[in-house]
Every structure is written in C-alpha cells, then in structure tokens.
Ligand binder design. Structure first.
Ligand SMILES: Cc1cc2nc3c(=O)[nH]c(=O)nc-3n(C[C@H](O)[C@H](O)[C@H](O)COP(=O)(O)OP(=O)(O)OC[C@H]3O[C@@H](n4cnc5c(N)ncnc54)[C@H](O)[C@@H]3O)c2cc1C
Ligand code: SF4
Length: 354
C-alpha cells in the first residue's frame, strides 16, 4: 500500500519551496505549520532587506506563500503540529493536532522543514549584557528596526552615533558546544551595517570579528562595498566585555591585529547571534525517529551527494533543520527534498504495479 501525498512539516522558506516543488512535479503536498501564518523566521522576526542585495523580505516571501496557497494540489494546515507517526515507509499516518482537534493524515513520504532558532545571547559564556542593557540588541532585533526604516537607541529613542557589531555570538564557541560557523551572520551584519550608514550617514559603524566568513559572492557583493563605499570599520578583535559608561556603553577587548587592548564607547551594540536547531526541529526529529547530529540538527545520512535523506526511509529534510543555511541553500534543499520524496513515491507505485 502507498499513499500519494507528501507531508511537509514547517512552513518557512524551506517548507514552502518543498511544497511548491512537489506540486510543480505533479505531486500532492500537505503543509503543516505550527504558527497561524506561513513564511517562517523571516516573517516571524520581521526581516527587512535580504542579503546580499537588500530586496525587501516581505514581498519575496509572500510570493513563495502565494505559490503554495494558490495551488489546488497543496493543502495547508496552520496552527497545527504533528504529535505521532505510525505506519511504514510509503504508507505513513501522522497524527496532526490543529484547531479542530486531532486528525490522522495519510502520506507516502515526509519532508521535515522545521528550521532554526536564533541563539539566545543570555547563554553566552562572555557577558555582553543583552538582558541588562537596553542598547545591547541582536541582529534580528536590528532587522526589525530596519524594517521600520529607523534605527534608534532603545534606552532613549535617539539615533545612535556609534554602533558596533560583535560577531560569532553563540557560534564557533567550544565552551558552549557550538563549534560550528552559522554561515550567514557575517553577511547579514555587513548588510545591516550598510543600511545603518545609509539611514544615519553621520554614524560610525564598527564590526568586531574573529575572521570574516563571507559566503560565496557575498564577498564582492557586501564585504568590499561595506568598507569601500559605506566606510564600515572592520576590526579584527575579540570583545570580552560590554559595560555601562555614563549614558553610553563601553566595549572592551583586544585588537588582535595590533596586539593591544582596546576600549571604545558605543551607543548601540549588536550581537551577531548564530543559528541553533528550533525546538520544533528537535521535537519532530524525536517524533519521526530520525537521527540528529550532536547539535540537535537533523542528520543528513547520504553523504555529500545526497544532502536531504534522513536515517528513516521516505523521510527527507531541508533548510535550516539540517544546519545553518542561507535562503539560497534553503530553497535549493527544499526543491531537492521534494524531488526525492516524489521520486520515492513514483518508484514505489511503479514497483507495486509490476
Ligand atoms: C539574523 C538572521 C538574518 C538572516 N537574514 C538572511 C538574509 O538576509 N538572507 C538569507 O539568505 N538568509 C538569511 N538568514 C537565514 C534564513 O533566515 C534561513 O536560511 C531561513 O529562514 C531558513 O528557512 P527554513 O524554512 O529552513 O526555517 P525557518 O525560517 O526557521 O522556518 C521553519 C518553520 O517551521 C515551523 N515549525 C517549527 N517547528 C514546527 C513543528 N513542530 N510543526 C510545524 N511547524 C513547525 C516554524 O514555525 C517555521 O515557520 C538569516 C538568518 C539570521 C540568523
Ligand atoms: S558567519 Fe561570521 S559571525 Fe557567523 S559564525 Fe561564521 S564567522 Fe561567526
């Protein structure tokens, strides 16, 4: 026995791309999203412009949502969660809890697209005072301000004159067990730094980094223009403390190029928080019985040439559920997971017909 639908769990960019691709290649998709809206983290966190070119995030993601919701072979369940998996590969039954109570959902294959969460800087081993000082914020906090086209100090509502970004907060940190690089935060911080310089041309903007890891073409698209055109100051250094000083913040650390201590006053400090698996990713991996890596992301077991197959037959994963990913990677893996899932169902149907 085989069921013909593919269940996609998670309605962010990865799940939306997977659901749309399933319908594009003639399959049926059932999309299950726990929130009452689609679009995932970029919508929930109010992203402003997308890296690298700064296109407004809202309309871009809305196009993805429309492609799914308008398709007759895509069925969307909002405010819904999967609580149980029964059956076998090709003939799974998910128990879905939604506004109308629990209902069974039959599907032949599953795509897990439950995404990531931003690192909570309260867990950082270095003390940056996120929960103490209102003018210490995170990349997504700043995205939200930028989406309103204004950057103001939360403490006094005034535009900041001096802003700095601290890179690798919650990533590349052995003490907290997140040794991995989150891939996007160097690019996103540089993009946000450019946007601040455009909004507040009198401001001074610094980026304190261990080493800049720009992603592919982002080097030329954001990193060099940030320095050469927008005069963002990149300082190779490690920040150890953020302290209050008068109505400003004092950022203290070491300039590792010059090999000397540094102390700089700032009006706004932005923590470049990395990516961790969402609670939904960890929970769904457990419910579906698929392997997770040591960080809690879903493990892709197919090696470098199959990046979406999980440890369980007929269950695939995509996007940031698999590890740190930008949108391009996310939508690519969403399409790959869709192709794998629909191909799997076709092979089963062909085998049972012969
Ligand atoms: C600060 C920051 C800025 C960024 N800016 C950019 C950028 O400008 N350009 C770029 O390319 N990339 C950017 N990224 C990366 C981008 O956000 C991710 O690549 C993308 O959001 C990943 O999409 P996703 O669908 O895999 O996960 P998500 O966007 O996290 O979506 C996952 C979805 O699954 C749902 N879900 C979770 N658990 C369950 C469950 N149990 N049941 C049902 N649904 C569930 C969630 O509610 C959510 O809707 C940024 C990342 C960060 C950290
Ligand atoms: S992308 Fe940059 S800020 Fe983010 S973890 Fe990697 S090196 Fe650090």
């Amino acid at each position: 026995m085989s069921f013909d639908a593919v269940a996609v769990i998670g309605g962010g960019p990865g799940g939306l791309r997977a659901a749309h691709a399933i319908t594009e290649i003639g399959g049926k998709a059932v999309l299950i999203e726990q929130r009452e809206f689609l679009g995932g983290t970029p919508v929930a966190e109010n992203y402003a412009g997308l890296t690298p070119h700064g296109e407004p995030a809202g309309p871009q993601i809305q196009r993805m949502i429309d492609a799914v919701t308008a398709h007759p072979d895509a069925d969307v369940h909002l405010s819904s969660q999967v609580t149980q998996l029964d059956g076998e590969p090709g003939a799974y039954t998910l128990t879905v809890r939604g506004p109308g109570g629990e209902q069974p959902l039959e599907c032949g294959a599953i795509v897990l697209a439950t995404g990531f969460t931003h690192f909570d800087p309260g867990r950082e081993t270095q003390m940056y005072g996120y929960y103490e000082f209102p003018d210490v914020i995170t990349l997504p906090d700043l995205e939200s301000m930028l989406s309103q086209h204004q950057v103001l100090r939360p403490s006094n509502g005034q535009p900041p004159e001096r802003v700095c970004f601290i890179q690798c907060v919650g990533s590349r940190d052995r003490h907290i067990g997140n040794e991995y690089c989150s891939k996007v935060c160097c690019g996103v911080a540089s993009k946000e730094a450019i946007e601040i310089r455009q909004l507040l041309p009198e401001s001074k903007v610094y980026i304190f980094y261990i080493d800049m890891r720009m992603y592919g073409y982002w080097e030329n698209e954001i990193y060099w223009p940030a320095q050469e055109k927008h005069h963002v100051q990149y300082v190779k250094g490690i920040i150890t403390e953020v302290l209050p000083k008068g109505d400003r913040l004092l950022v203290r650390g070491e300039d590792t190029t010059m090999g000397r201590p540094m102390e700089l006053p700032m009006d706004l400090v932005v923590l470049s928080v990395g990516m961790e698996p969402s609670a939904g990713t960890k929970e769904m991996a457990r419910v579906l019985g698929v392997a997770q890596n040591k960080y809690g992301f879903v493990e892709a077991v197919g090696g470098p040439l199959d990046t979406v197959s999980t440890s369980r037959e007929g269950i695939y994963a995509c996007g940031a559920a698999l590890g740190p990913a930008d949108l391009e990677d996310t939508v690519s893996s969403g399409a790959a997971a869709a192709m794998k899932a629909v191909g799997y169902l076709h092979r089963r149907t062909a085998a049972s017909a012969s």
